[in-house]
Design a protein around this ligand. Structure first.
Ligand code: CA
Length: 360
């Protein structure tokens, strides 16, 4: 008892400075700025929704409660696909989503999510932070009164779940698949049909035969949706999304109204959340893959080299046509493509060579 009393006294004593005592800041009472964060995900959705929660929590805590951020799931304040407009007009001060949803606003936005056969997570972060990517992203969003930031990365995704084996390009003909974005366009050129179905409806669509195949994210999220109950053919790699970046968007007026220290906290929190998501997905994907293969007897199969080669050519066509129509898309793609060429040479003798060496 005496010892406990001593510790308690000592602890209180350490807070005493001069004549006064520093009192803990009560977050709820000290908020100078109250922000709303709208998201494109169901509230608390594993990995994506939880990253939004983490980001909001970090900003609130790091600011000592001077800037509190409240998270809204899709449809709570605005629907998923209205996040961009809501933050642009200031209904919310922040948004959490994926840039490829906004191709209707700016075609080049999708380059900041992922490009088929493009950069992986590590390379994407390198381009954004040290290769001029983030500056271009800011330039693209500036006319909308938005400041973008990378706030997460899924890492390399999976090729998807198929109700049949894929051996040649002929097997893609007539295939009905859920695959969004540039990869979806490449698949259409291979003779497939793509459909846009929200994540929550994918299981039923695959089960009922409305679709023959679907991609979603990777083992961690795919296991949760239970696709293994419908089909056992699980293909890799996710050629269409080799390292998808998640985005935080900030209303520029709201951001500029913050003192410098709070601005820094917002941006550094985004960077920390970016690291957190990639780490979480890498850790949970490998656990989930083990469960899928060993417990649920999923057949893990590589997409044939010839199929990947063809899809790569088709993807290139899709991107080049897009850049031919849109000067900003051309400017951004030129930057990311130059970066890919350069970094590929380094990746070949570093990551790729090491992975090969480790697997021998
Ligand atoms: Ca995906």
């Amino acid at each position: 008892m005496q010892r406990r009393k001593f510790i308690k006294t000592a602890a209180v004593g350490s807070l005493a400075v001069g004549a006064g005592v520093i009192k803990p800041v009560l977050a709820a009472n000290k908020a100078e700025f109250k922000w709303k964060m709208v998201t494109a995900w169901p509230k608390n959705f594993p990995g994506l929704g939880t990253n939004a929660n983490l980001l909001a929590q970090m900003i609130t805590e790091m600011s000592g409660g001077r800037l509190t951020v409240k998270v809204y799931g899709a449809n709570e304040l605005v629907p998923a696909f209205e996040v961009f407009d809501a933050v642009s007009r200031g209904t919310a001060q922040m948004g959490h989503s994926g840039a490829y949803y906004w191709k209707g606003k700016a075609a080049a936005a999708q380059f900041f999510s992922s490009i088929p056969f493009g950069l992986n997570a590590q390379e994407m972060n390198a381009w954004l932070y040290y290769g001029g990517g983030l500056e271009l992203w800011r330039e693209l969003y500036k006319p909308f009164g938005l400041i973008p930031a990378a706030t997460g990365n899924t890492g390399v995704q999976m090729g998807g779940w198929f109700n049949r084996e894929i051996k040649t390009m002929a097997d893609l003909k007539g295939l009905k698949m859920r695959m969004p974005g540039l990869g979806g366009e490449a698949l259409r050129r291979a003779g497939g049909t793509t459909v846009a179905i929200p994540g929550g409806e994918l299981f039923t669509a695959l089960q009922s035969g409305t679709i023959d195949a679907t991609e979603w994210v990777g083992p961690y999220n795919d296991l949760a949706f239970g696709f293994y109950k419908v089909t056992k053919f699980y293909y890799y790699p996710g050629w269409h999304e080799p390292g998808s970046t998640l985005e935080a968007m900030i209303n520029a007026k709201a951001f500029n109204a913050l003192p410098k220290d709070l601005q820094k906290i917002v941006l550094v929190a985004c960077k920390a959340a970016n690291l957190d998501m990639l780490s979480e997905y890498t850790a949970r994907n490998n656990q989930a893959l083990d469960t899928l293969v060993n417990k649920h007897k999923v057949k893990l199969l590589p997409l044939p080299t010839e199929v990947l080669k063809n899809l790569r050519q088709l993807s290139e066509e899709v991107v080049l046509e897009l850049t031919a129509k849109d000067p900003m898309a051309k400017k951004i793609y030129t930057s990311v493509n130059q970066f890919r060429t350069q970094v590929s040479k380094w990746s070949a003798v570093s990551e790729q060579a090491f992975f090969n060496a480790r697997s021998h």
